[in-house]
Ligand binder design. Structure first.
Ligand SMILES: *[C@@H]1O[C@H](CO)[C@@H](O)[C@H](O)[C@H]1NC(C)=O
Ligand SMILES: *[C@@H]1O[C@H](CO)[C@@H](O)[C@H](O)[C@H]1NC(C)=O
Ligand SMILES: *[C@@H]1O[C@H](CO)[C@@H](O)[C@H](O)[C@H]1NC(C)=O
Length: 411
């Protein structure tokens, strides 16, 4: 009898400690500026993924641990850690990207005639499912602020949002490349098809000859060329560890909409192409010291308001990105920080952070309903680059009062 109790206790402790590893609510929940709403936080480990030298993991985790109930998200940060919880530097496990995306799941999975899941997405602006995430960054994660200034918050878990019979859930996509012993580290992180020895994509479709590199060539389980001595290298157990901070929803929170602009966007049928190529600059431009590739797109922001936060996403060789209003005015500029050391968060040659724009004062920076914005993404073209990106995230608080260019309703 005593034995059975002891076994049960051990089992209980094992169950409890694995739950704790998976979800670590911060011990000190801070007060917000007004001192009444409690800022809450959770730190979560993804399921493990395994990488040997040169290998790629592109994992999709559904129904991840996420704040429950109707909440205002305040920040989301993440990084790759090893099985001791130590941050892994980018030159070992390159974090190509991670993405956090809502979706709707049927509450009664056995009910006939209804799909098990329905898509959900942010407020725009790419067509279809492209860039529908709420959060997502890459190598720059460790030194990029995602904090939404007070009184703003990203609304999540609104019980009125899902269609009847569905509930909101969240999925996480993590794409990481093990570049220990890589034959060409930059080439592997840029997913150059020759280094991956890949001629067909994930779905077995032939990759066009003029596609030199990008996501089509570094899907899950592919492997980039490694130097001798690393070919039989052991797999390493890694995790994506993320921290979400939030407040319970209340009238004091001003909701912000998430819009993601993409410098590759072209009018339909093209839409957002997600990635692009930077050709090496011509000898003439090199002579003029002008090896800058400029990628520009125009996209319409459907609803205007205060632009309270902005940040760009670029890959290594990126030199800055900007977002402009229809009249050309600068709305936000986001500039990369490159590391200059070895340690996680400061890896030489990698973008380890992107500067952000904060405009919390109402009316400080505004966009109009239906305004055409221009996104500019600059890269160095000293060398050729494949699979680069030029995204611009903005958070917009819709005007509660009539916009200046609408007629006052009392007249
Ligand atoms: C789920 O749907 C099935 C089939 O329509 C139904 O028989 C069952 O009662 C439902 N369960 C709940 C909990 O609503
Ligand atoms: C590349 O792929 C081809 C076809 O799958 C294979 O025959 C060849 O050995 C591979 N080369 C290397 C270096 O792995
Ligand atoms: C992008 O490059 C253009 C042309 O060189 C330059 O005028 C602009 O200031 C650059 N913008 C950023 C954000 O680096």
């Amino acid at each position: 009898m005593k034995m059975a109790v002891a076994v049960l206790l051990v089992l209980l402790i094992v169950a409890l400690s694995s739950a704790i590893i998976a979800e670590l609510p911060s011990a000190e929940a801070a007060l917000d500026v007004r001192g009444h709403r409690r800022l809450k936080s959770m730190t979560v480990l993804s399921p493990p993924f395994f990488l040997r030298p040169g290998a790629v993991a592109n994992k999709y985790y559904h129904d991840i641990a996420f704040p429950r109930g109707h909440v205002a998200l305040k920040s989301f940060n993440g990084e790759v850690v090893d099985d001791r919880g130590a941050p892994v530097p980018l030159h070992e496990a390159y974090l190509h990207h991670w993405v956090v995306h809502p979706y709707y799941a049927a509450t009664n999975a056995t009910a006939a005639g209804r799909p098990a899941t329905l898509p959900a997405r942010n407020s725009g602006v790419c067509e279809g499912d492209t860039h529908g995430q709420y959060y997502g960054l890459g190598s720059e994660t460790r030194r990029t602020a995602t904090w939404v200034p007070d009184p703003y918050g990203v609304e999540a878990g609104d019980p009125a949002a899902p269609p009847e019979g569905y509930e909101e859930r969240w999925m996480l996509n993590v794409h990481a490349i093990d570049t220990r012993g890589a034959a060409d580290r930059m080439g592997c992180t840029e997913c150059r098809c020759d280094l991956y020895n890949v001629t067909v994509d994930e779905h077995g479709r032939r990759i066009a000859d003029d596609y030199a590199g990008g996501l089509l060539c570094c899907y899950d389980q592919t492997r980039c060329r490694v130097e001798e001595g690393f070919v039989d290298g052991e797999a390493r157990k890694l995790f994506f560890r993320y921290t979400v901070m939030w407040l319970d929803w209340s009238d004091a929170v001003v909701p912000v909409k998430i819009y993601i602009f993409d410098a590759t966007h072209r009018p339909l049928p093209v839409g957002c192409k997600v990635e692009y190529e930077v050709e090496e600059c011509s000898p003439e431009r090199r002579a003029k010291n002008d090896c800058v590739h400029v990628q520009v797109a125009k996209q319409v922001v459907p609803r205007g308001g205060d632009l309270v936060f902005g940040v760009a996403h670029q890959h290594a060789a990126g030199i800055g990105s900007s977002l402009h209003g229809q009249d050309g005015r600068l709305l936000c500029e986001s500039i990369p920080t490159y590391g200059d050391g070895e340690e996680a968060g400061n890896e030489a040659g990698y973008i380890v952070g992107m500067s952000t724009c904060y405009h919390p004062a109402p009316g400080a920076v505004t966009v109009r309903d239906g305004e055409t914005l221009t996104v500019v993404s600059n890269y160095s073209s000293e060398r050729r680059h494949t699979g680069v990106m030029g995204l611009f995230y903005i958070l917009v608080a819709e005007h509660q009062r009539p916009a200046p260019d609408t007629k006052p309703s009392l007249l």
